[in-house]
Ligand binder design. Structure first.
Ligand SMILES: NC(=O)c1ccc[n+]([C@@H]2O[C@H](COP(=O)([O-])OP(=O)(O)OC[C@H]3O[C@@H](n4cnc5c(N)ncnc54)[C@H](OP(=O)(O)O)[C@@H]3O)[C@@H](O)[C@H]2O)c1
Length: 306
């Protein structure tokens, strides 16, 4: 499996990661089959959150793949905190610290490789977050820190106080949900695509060695469900199929290759829990689309070029 850098850490991570948000759709046996398939494919990076399945996804993971010392040292585990369902967001020091304790307990591990702040808290106080990160680092509970769904100015605000590098920003991104790229091409136009929705986050991450993790890489974006095989995206599916035939892979692999072709060197967070589908997706890691193929797919998804 090809790799990208985890921020400025010097650590290499697989270009495809396993998103564990839907693990609670599996029983322990099925989860074990899925997780071992990940490892067989070289996908040893797992993304969790304390809210996935209300915490049950982390528990299922730990039951299906017990974290003995030899397993733990071979894999990387990332989790997120800061969302309090039915309440709002909470980046207070107490909440961050207690969330991490809960995550470690459910996973049955002593440390997280990466902790992300899940969604911006309007009441965030960077000083408090900095204290929490220092404490977690000092206690050996978290190795690296990052954010998710954060715009440029919010990362700058955090960096005013946070000492550690922010190595990840997890953002929704797919061939059909690609506003980060569109706004960079429709610059200074009065089109919908020109709207600045994230403060130029794509360039900010590239400039500051923050690895973008693309969440929901196969979801249409405007509602639940994949764009693959979806008749609302007929032209895109036609071009995905045609491109896939050229490389001997599925539409899904090409959709992953489309994300990986971007020079920001993103990591794709695959959310499938189907081992065969994961194998298809992994094939996308070996494909480098030409510039012509990349733009043809972008246009087929219904985007325009100025
Ligand atoms: N930071 C955030 O705010 C945030 C938000 C959402 C998700 N995430 C992370 O991102 C990960 C991925 O998100 P996601 O699950 O929405 O992403 P996804 O990989 O785009 O979607 C996976 C879902 O699509 C289904 N699917 C149907 N056809 C598919 C096809 N041809 N190819 C691939 N999948 C197909 C899968 O079903 P099968 O299982 O049957 O294949 C699965 O239910 C999550 O697990 C989580 O770690 C983060």
């Amino acid at each position: 499996m090809k790799t990208v850098k985890l921020g400025n850490s010097g650590i290499s991570i697989p270009v495809i990661a396993s998103g564990c948000m839907r693990l609670n759709g599996l029983d322990h046996k099925q989860a074990a089959v899925y997780l071992h398939k990940c490892l067989d494919l070289g996908i040893h990076f797992f993304d969790h959150s304390d809210i996935y399945g209300g915490g049950s996804c982390e528990e299922i993971f730990a039951k299906a793949l017990p974290l003995t010392a030899s397993v733990r040292e071979k894999i990387m585990i990332q989790s997120k905190c800061g969302i309090r369902p039915n309440i709002g967001y909470d980046f207070s020091k107490d909440h961050i610290l207690s969330s991490v304790d809960g995550i470690l307990k459910r996973l049955g591990t002593e440390y997280l490789d990466v902790l992300l702040l899940h969604r911006p808290d309007a009441l965030m106080e960077p000083e408090e977050i900095a204290e929490a990160f220092d404490e977690l680092e000092k206690a050996g509970k978290v190795r690296y820190f990052g954010v998710s769904n954060h715009r440029t100015s919010q990362i700058c605000l955090l960096k005013k106080c946070v000492r550690q590098a922010l190595v990840v920003n997890q953002l929704q991104f797919s061939i059909t949900f690609s506003g980060m790229i569109t706004e960079g091409m429709e610059v200074n136009m009065d089109t919908r695509g020109a709207a600045d929705r994230d403060g130029g986050i794509l360039d900010h991450c590239r400039l500051n060695d923050i690895t973008i993790q693309a969440w929901s890489p196969f979801q249409a974006g405007s509602g639940p469900g994949s764009f693959i095989g979806n008749e609302e995206y007929g032209e895109l599916n036609r071009v995905l199929r045609e491109t896939g035939e050229r490389y001997g892979v599925s539409e899904t692999a090409i959709a992953a290759a489309w994300i990986l072709r971007h020079p920001a060197c993103m990591q794709v967070l695959a959310g499938t829990t189907n081992p065969d589908r994961l194998e298809e997706i992994a094939k996308g890691a070996d494909i480098v689309l030409s510039r012509e193929e990349w733009y043809r797919l972008y246009l087929a998804a219904g985007h325009r070029l100025p």
